[in-house]
Design a protein around this ligand. Structure first.
Ligand SMILES: CC(C)(COP(=O)(O)OP(=O)(O)OC[C@H]1O[C@@H](n2cnc3c(N)ncnc32)[C@H](O)[C@@H]1OP(=O)(O)O)[C@@H](O)C(=O)NCCC(=O)NCCS
Length: 128
């Protein structure tokens, strides 16, 4: 699978939307969206819509997609000389996704109660 990072929208320098697309030949088999928001004091990234097409699951593409997200955010952090706080949620019913996130070492900062979602976080430090 090849990962492509598409800047879908850059409203201003403080609100950026990246779309990651994984392709096998001409087929799009995986996607993820990242919103990067810069405030006066911090840069936050919010991850959404992590998905591998059903018939392509279990081949390592989900892990590759998440590594693509981390590479794209590391490049952004290095380019801007700013560290990023990446946050995202996942329902505990999404067993494969939660296993993937925990195997990649994302910090589980809040556990779902009564039908809610788990909250994951990682700080991506700027190399500068
Ligand atoms: C979550 C998802 C993206 C994983 O994609 P994938 O390509 O199947 O994942 P990979 O093959 O790269 O597997 C990576 C890890 O995910 C976990 N995993 C994958 N399939 C799993 C399964 N059926 N049961 C439990 N864990 C599983 C494992 O930790 C696996 O690591 P391992 O192979 O070392 O055991 C995919 O299942 C999916 O699209 N699910 C539906 C949408 C969804 O839940 N998105 C997340 C929203 S928060």
């Amino acid at each position: 699978m090849t990962i492509h990072v598409l800047p879908v929208r850059a409203d201003t320098g403080t609100n950026i939307h990246l779309k990651l697309v994984g392709s096998c030949g001409k087929r799009i088999v995986a996607t993820a969206s990242v919103h990067i928001v810069t405030t006066d004091s911090h840069v936050y990234a919010y991850l959404h819509d992590v998905l591998v097409k059903e018939e392509y699951r279990g081949r390592g593409y989900g892990r590759q997609l998440m590594m693509g997200v981390l590479v794209a955010l590391q490049e952004y952090a290095d380019d801007t000389c700013k560290s990023i706080k990446l946050q995202f949620t996942s329902s505990p019913t999404r067993v494969a996704a939660n296993s993937l996130y925990q195997s990649l070492g994302f910090e589980l900062v809040a556990t779902a109660t009564s039908g809610g979602t788990n909250l994951y976080q990682r700080i991506i430090e700027s190399a500068m």
